[in-house]
Design a protein around this ligand. Structure first.
Ligand code: AP5
Length: 213
């Protein structure tokens, strides 16, 4: 099963992708996570990407397309994968289609998580992430048992660099301009399914499962 999760920042793509990964035993490929790790490692990719990410801009297409092309050819992707945060532009979507065609593969389903800007702002401004295991929390909807400490591994929780009010608004603008047009792109291909991403994480997951059946 090859899936794409679409949706604005904070729609819950990462949250749902992790649950799908557990259920179907296929990898979650998050370009955001890959890029953040590169920034943390301070490697060539991280240096290139960090300045764009900090201000809520997209990292140039050629950088992320190269990453994904390499990643989906790895052996753990043979049974499928979940793309979380890729593609984000029409160019990325076209290159993905080209690469999959060369591999004799297709995307089975594109799930669009629909949520409004007010909810996005509330979710992102309350989010904290474990610097060790990537575990994700929210001060209201999913608080850690001990403030600032990861329930799973005891690591330190931190707010993402790009989860401040100014950058969240910029990310929403960039989403509208560059990523929202992908809905039309995949609608034309006939594999887009929209899911209301309001409600509990579990409720949304059961809606997503209905769509990928
Ligand atoms: P990326 O990491 O992909 O960020 P994003 O798309 O902005 O999405 P988020 O990770 O912020 O949100 P999400 O939808 O995954 O929601 P989550 O599950 O975390 O990208 C970051 C940056 O990297 C980009 O700005 C760009 O610079 C660069 N980049 C990445 N990919 C790129 C690409 N392809 N091309 C170019 N540049 C790229 O949930 C959010 C919060 O809400 C959490 O606290 C969670 O606990 C909570 N929550 C989740 N579900 C619910 C619910 N149902 N109810 C209440 N709270 C909930």
């Amino acid at each position: 099963m090859r899936l794409i999760l679409l949706g604005p920042p904070g729609a819950g793509k990462g949250t749902q992708a992790k649950m799908l990964k557990e259920k179907f035993h296929i990898p979650q490929i998050s370009t955001g996570d890959i890029l953040r790790q590169a920034v943390k490692d301070n490697n060539e990719l991280g240096v290139k990407a960090g300045s764009f990410m900090d201000v809520g801009q997209l990292v140039p297409d050629d950088v992320v397309i190269g990453l994904i092309k390499e990643r989906i050819k790895q052996v753990d992707c043979e049974a499928g994968f979940i793309l979380d945060g890729f593609p984000r532009t029409i160019v990325q979507a076209e290159k993905l289609s080209e690469t999959l065609t060369e591999m004799g593969l297709v995307i089975d389903r594109v799930v669009d998580l629909e949520v409004n800007a007010e909810e996005v702002i509330s979710r992102l401004s309350g989010r904290s992430t474990c610097s060790d295991c990537g575990g994700m929390f929210h001060e209201k909807s999913c608080p850690p048992k001990v403030s600032g400490i990861c329930d799973s591994c005891g690591g330190i929780l931190a707010q993402r660099q790009d989860d401040n009010a100014e950058t969240i608004l910029k990310r929403l603008d960039v989403y509208q301009e560059s990523t929202a047009p992908l809905k039309q792109f995949y609608k034309k291909q006939g594999n887009l399914k929209a899911v209301t991403a309001r409600g509990s994480v579990e409720e949304i997951f059961s809606r997503v499962l209905e769509m990928v059946k």
